[in-house]
Design a protein around this ligand. Structure first.
Ligand SMILES: [Zn+2]
Ligand SMILES: [Zn+2]
Length: 255
């Protein structure tokens, strides 16, 4: 029985692969319910280690429709079906979710009738509320790609997941004073021009300091950043004095 908030980093890697990090995904458990955020390649396997009973999952939030954040969705659906899924699966995502599921229906027509599924289109201000937890979606800045970050409130705690984004005011606003900020930190400061729609360590340190978060978890880590991890952490530390976690996949953080 989980009676606090547990965050499992399922995938902390990025599309240039690291052998021990799969693509984007995390699970937040509260009141014994797993909420899934992003499902990139490899996340389903990590999930099977961390939450073997996939049939307990009822809510999957997709931050945006870059492949590294959603490609395991049909694979999850197939595993749930074979495990005798009887719940109602809610999948939340930006408008592109409608086309994504038209595509899944065309390519895997056998799959859609196999489990009760409800799609929810996320727009700015989108919220899901119930007695145990609230999730608020907020738009972030990932270039031309419609992308949302998420504020999860449960058991008196506040957790923010950035999705993919360059530093943006909406993230600072929603993360203000948060217990935990899980933020992408893709490439070293020196490579900023290669990834203008992502966040570098120096930028992230400044953002975390401005938001006054208690703990920062860095994710969406490219191999170049991991090779220069010491420098990246120093760069974050120049502005941010709170706790910084560089997670391994399947690491559990309890707050
Ligand atoms: Zn992206
Ligand atoms: Zn990404």
């Amino acid at each position: 029985m989980v009676n606090f908030v547990e965050i499992t980093i399922l995938g902390s890697g990025a599309s240039l692969l690291s052998p021990d990090r799969v693509l984007a995904g995390l699970m937040i458990e509260t009141a014994n319910k797993p909420l899934i955020f992003d499902l990139g390649a490899g996340v389903l396997h990590r999930l099977s280690c961390s939450q073997p009973d996939l049939t307990a999952i009822e809510h999957v939030f997709i931050s945006h429709f870059h492949v590294d954040h959603c490609s395991d969705v049909p694979a999850l659906m197939q595993s749930m079906w074979l495990m005798g899924y009887e719940n109602h699966l809610n999948i939340y995502g930006p408008k592109q979710i409608e086309n994504a599921f038209k595509g899944i229906t065309l390519i895997f027509p056998y799959l859609i009738p196999k489990l009760p599924l409800k799609l929810h289109v996320i727009k700015p201000g989108f919220q899901v509320k119930n007695e145990d937890w609230n999730v608020t979606a907020f738009p972030v800045d990932h270039g031309d790609m419609e992308t949302y970050g998420f504020l999860i409130e449960a058991d008196g705690k506040r957790v923010v997941y950035s999705g993919d984004t360059r530093p943006c005011a909406e993230t600072i606003k929603h993360a203000k004073g948060a217990d935990l900020l899980i933020h992408e930190c893709s490439l070293p400061d020196r490579m900023k021009e290669l990834a203008p729609n992502h966040t570098t360590p120096g930028e992230l340190g400044a953002l975390a300091a401005q938001a006054e978060v208690k703990t920062l978890v860095i994710t969406h880590l490219y191999p170049e950043l991991l090779k220069e991890l010491g420098e990246a952490l120093s760069s974050i530390r120049r502005s941010f004095s709170g706790k910084v976690i560089v997670p391994r996949d399947t690491q559990i953080i309890t707050i």
